[in-house]
Design a protein around this ligand. Structure first.
Ligand code: BTN
Length: 321
């Protein structure tokens, strides 16, 4: 059964009569429910004959975005939205262990202990980013699990491009960058048996407003607001979930070949001079990703190196990012 918030999530006036018809309740009951929503703090304008209009600001309240979903599965399992948590990845892992269906999602306005790649911390202040994790149970060979990271990066790149027009690119393996700075990070956590993937948690942190980036990171990190007026976070989310679902389906159907063209189009790494640090330290040209997602880098002596993890800097117009 739909709720009044879902009906008003369109953002325009909806008459009391239309709401009462849709919900099968009396006009008096509509009025009572509207009043109780107002008491809970929702900003609902009463426009006489025109009816009611919700000004929801940039809220991530699920009732406001689930009606807009264009997916068959993602965002349609359990949906957990909280003001504050340690990490949405940890919350989503608990859902996975409790048997929640694929497509479940955890979102938070603030993370107290957001997790980044390579054991780093991900700073996630309140209300200024999109901090969320999606539970997947993909039908994929276990060795292909790392490729999901490319689907997530592509999906968020497409979502940001569609909702802002920004020229967002992907730095291997999965950072989203714009203007030479990091805009978004992705952390995959998975439980994989020898013969099947039990679950994958796809955690994505997107800096939306300037306040998402702490002063000490300003040289390397940016937010959407540095480039344009940010769209509503729930719009980015709905675009992201639609794109992610399609890419995961493509990956399940065709393996790497299903996402290669899109990854090449949006990658700022492939074809560029790169410096890799971490387990290996080398400089060369990034030529390709292989069938399990490793980066193939050719050094100037002609040798081809397979990079499985590490920090990659890409040489571009902005120097190295
Ligand atoms: C990186 O280091 O680039 C990855 C950052 C991933 C951050 C996101 S925010 C939502 C989800 N919850 C976490 O604790 N981490 C991921």
């Amino acid at each position: 059964m739909r709720t009044i918030l879902e009906i008003l999530s369109c953002g325009s006036f909806v008459s009391g009569e239309a709401i009462s018809r849709e919900l099968g309740i009396s006009r008096a009951a509509v009025w009572k429910r509207i009043n109780s929503l107002k008491e809970q703090g929702w900003n609902i304008e009463s426009g006489g004959k025109k009816g009611y209009r919700l000004s929801a600001g940039d809220s991530l309240e699920p009732a406001l975005w689930t009606p807009m979903l264009q997916t068959a599965q993602l965002g349609r399992g359990e949906v957990h939205f909280v003001e504050e948590t340690d990490s949405t990845n940890t919350d989503c892992k608990q859902l996975a262990l409790a048997g929640a269906p694929a497509g479940s999602i955890c979102l938070a306005e603030l993370q107290r202990a957001g997790k980044g790649r390579l054991g780093r911390q991900w700073i996630s202040p309140a209300g200024v980013g999109l901090w969320q994790s999606v539970l997947l149970r993909p039908r994929l060979a276990p060795q292909l699990a790392p490729l999901i990271t490319f689907c997530a990066a592509l999906a968020m790149a497409q979502a940001v491009r569609e909702t802002t027009g920004m020229d967002v690119r992907i730095k291997w393996p999965n950072d989203l960058v714009c203007g030479g700075k990091k805009l978004c990070g992705i952390l995959l956590e998975a439980a994989i048996d020898p013969d099947q993937i039990e679950y994958v948690i796809v955690g994505v942190g997107l800096n939306v407003y300037r306040a998402a980036v702490p002063p000490e990171l300003l040289e390397r990190a940016a937010s959407i607001e540095d480039f344009c007026q940010p769209p509503l976070r729930r719009m980015i989310l709905v675009h992201y979930l639609a794109a992610l679902e399609k890419l995961i389906n493509d990956l399940q159907a065709q393996g790497l070949a299903g996402i290669t063209e899109a990854y090449h189009r949006l990658s700022c790494t492939l074809g560029s001079r790169v410096h890799v640090s971490g387990a290996v330290d080398l400089t060369g040209t990034a030529e390709e990703i292989d069938e399990v997602g490793a980066l193939l880098v050719r050094t100037d002596d002609g040798e081809l190196h397979r990079v499985l993890s590490g920090d990659v800097s890409v040489r571009g117009v902005m120097g190295y990012v």
